[in-house]
Write a new protein. Structure first.
Length: 247
């Protein structure tokens, strides 16, 4: 069985990494190229870049910024935000991403998932799900869509997604722990990997998420002290969570 993955996340707006609480109160936490390179050097298993305002602003992803980050890292790289078509996804991969993440566009037109999978391969298609109380929301968590997270994750898998990135809006940025109940429900509904996101504050929180998911997304817990990524691996091993040795 593959080892659990630790995946730093760069939420980006206006070319800067930002972080908030429950998708609100975004604050600047650094330069995405510098942070991405640092996480790669510290042995992150993968890196996720989410252009968090591209969909709301109706614009394309910051492709040149994606290209600059890709040139500086040596780990798998997922990019999301503003991807509305197969051509958008292909452009992101051409800029250096290994995977593309779709969220609101896939909810609006689920056929997009299969189209991306046919063009890029299922292994390169991540469907991101933002949920509160188990209910899916689109447009950066601002709009209810009348779907349940586990149900939508299963449909995404059936349409060709290779991975689910599940963010609990309720716990996002709180550092009070992941929504393990929601994560477990989604993981039980699908057979593809699930990345837990939203709420990491301690190694125990990460261990709890990795007990039900295949990967943990990390943001607030790392951005102010990227070196924590190394010590976090040791803390997880002490909690009997098998993680990969850092490069």
């Amino acid at each position: 069985m593959p080892l659990p993955r630790l995946i730093p996340c760069l939420d980006v707006t206006a070319g800067r990494v930002v972080k908030g609480v429950r998708f609100q109160g975004l604050r600047d936490v650094g330069d995405p190229v510098e942070l991405g390179e640092r996480y790669s050097d510290l042995g992150a298993d993968e890196l996720v870049f989410l252009d968090v305002t591209a969909t709301i602003e109706g614009r394309e992803t910051l492709i040149e910024l994606v290209r600059r980050i890709a040139d500086r890292i040596a780990i798998p790289f997922t990019v999301g935000g503003g991807i509305r078509s197969v051509d958008d996804g292909a452009a992101i991969v051409a800029a250096g991403a290994d995977k593309v993440s779709v969220n609101s566009a896939a909810l609006a037109r689920p056929e997009l998932i299969g189209e991306l999978a046919a063009r890029l391969g299922s292994q390169a298609v991540v469907v991101a799900i933002d949920a509160t109380g188990g209910d899916v929301r689109s447009l950066a968590g601002s709009r209810p869509v009348g779907r349940r997270a586990a149900e939508w994750a299963l449909e995404a898998q059936e349409r060709g997604a290779g991975e689910i990135l599940l963010t609990s809006i309720d716990t996002d940025g709180t550092r009070d722990g992941y929504d393990v109940e929601l994560t477990a429900a989604v993981a039980e509904a699908v057979s593809i990997p699930v990345i837990a996101s939203g709420g990491a504050g301690t190694a125990r929180h990460v261990a709890d998420a990795l007990a039900v998911a295949q990967a943990a997304l990390l943001a607030s817990i790392l951005h102010e002290n990227p070196e924590r990524l190394r010590s976090l691996r040791d803390e997880l091993r002490a909690l009997e969570v098998p993680v990969r040795d850092a490069a």
